[in-house]
Design a protein around this ligand. Structure first.
Ligand code: FES
Ligand SMILES: [Fe+2]
Length: 330
């Protein structure tokens, strides 16, 4: 039995599982909360997500192919269209209707922020809000969706924590940061995010100068870091030049100890730097987190007494408190 990933509460939330740009290569196979799903773009243009199991003899549909939006099972060629509807059985005599129980039990799927989001049950909440997405001053840059060998609990805890910066992010931005964390309040932020705001000095190595737009070796940032349950974290960075860099950090549990991770960036820059250059530094930062987190086995203990916390951990402690409550663990 899983610790958290089979909790039915999580099936009511939207989870990012793929980039929209991957859909032409469909069918895509993903595992969400322990459930294998197949994803493709149907004949009506909408994204379809369904259990990756053919109703006929249980072949994985993700091993099949998509032609004009119709997904064909690789075993006996049954075909599924918009909404997962069974539209053709190749062995059937002309005029014989398809069996009504042969339709796929499609789950909810939608596109947002360049990503495919899936919800396995009736949604209890929307996709997390990033208001900058409709602000013409900001451009959006997407990243690949990667599978990481770490628990979604540890990754989300990590994103709500900035005391690891001077230790984990020494190869990127973290060396200049004071290890001492001033007192801060955990509070409601804008657009439904919950977290904290802080001021921090960061290193600005040569690899970062293009995207920070500044030459100084150390820069000052005003930041906010907040979560929306269950696993979304928004980190906003504002430089003294007015440049803003918004990160949406998305963790999706494959199971208890494996997850998908991707991040989306919004920036109010002048577009003079390529998208690849903008995200290269953030990807280096992510690699530092990945190296650390993949060394830590298992699920983050969800009981507050399961690990020791200090004042500076208030943000991640609050996420864990609300997450445990969401799961009905207290
Ligand atoms: S198992 Fe899919 S068509 Fe037979
Ligand atoms: Fe980090």
């Amino acid at each position: 039995m899983a610790v958290f990933s089979d909790n039915p509460v999580l099936r009511g939330y939207w989870h990012a599982v793929a980039r929209v740009s991957e859909l032409p290569a469909a069918p895509l196979k993903r595992t969400l909360l322990g459930v294998d799903i197949v994803i493709w773009r149907g004949p009506d243009g909408s994204v379809v997500a369904a259990p990756d199991r053919c109703p006929h003899r249980e072949a994985p549909l993700s091993a099949g192919c998509v032609n004009d939006g119709v997904l064909q099972c690789p075993y006996h060629g049954w075909e599924f269209g918009s909404g997962g509807e069974l539209v053709r059985v190749p062995s059937a005599l002309p005029g014989v209707p398809v069996p009504p129980t042969g339709h796929l039990a499609a789950v909810h799927a939608q596109e947002r922020y360049g990503l495919v989001w899936v919800c396995l049950d009736e949604p209890v909440a929307g996709v997390p809000v990033i208001a900058h997405d409709v602000d013409p001053a900001f451009r959006r840059i997407n990243n690949p969706v990667e599978a990481w060998t770490t628990s979604a609990t540890r990754l989300t805890d990590n994103f709500m924590d900035y005391t690891h910066f001077p230790f984990v992010h020494t190869g990127t931005f973290g060396r200049a940061q004071d290890t001492v964390v001033p007192r801060f309040e955990v509070e409601a932020l804008s657009e439904g995010w919950y977290g904290f705001q802080y001021e921090v000095d960061v290193n600005n190595p040569d690899t970062a100068k293009t995207i920070s737009g500044q030459d100084d070796e150390v820069l000052h940032r005003h930041m906010s870091t907040g979560f929306t349950l269950p696993f979304a974290v928004r980190s906003t960075i504002k430089y003294e030049t007015g440049l803003e860099h918004i990160l949406l950090l998305l963790t999706t549990p494959i199971d208890d100890v494996n997850c998908y991770f991707t991040f989306v960036v919004w920036r109010n820059d002048d577009f003079s730097v390529s998208a690849e250059e903008v995200i290269a530094f953030d990807r280096m930062i992510g690699a530092e987190d990945k190296l650390m987190l993949e060394r830590i086995p298992g699920v983050l203990p969800l009981a507050q007494t399961g690990v020791v916390s200090v004042q500076a951990d208030k943000g991640s402690v609050e996420w864990r408190r609300q997450f445990a409550a969401l799961l009905g663990l207290r």
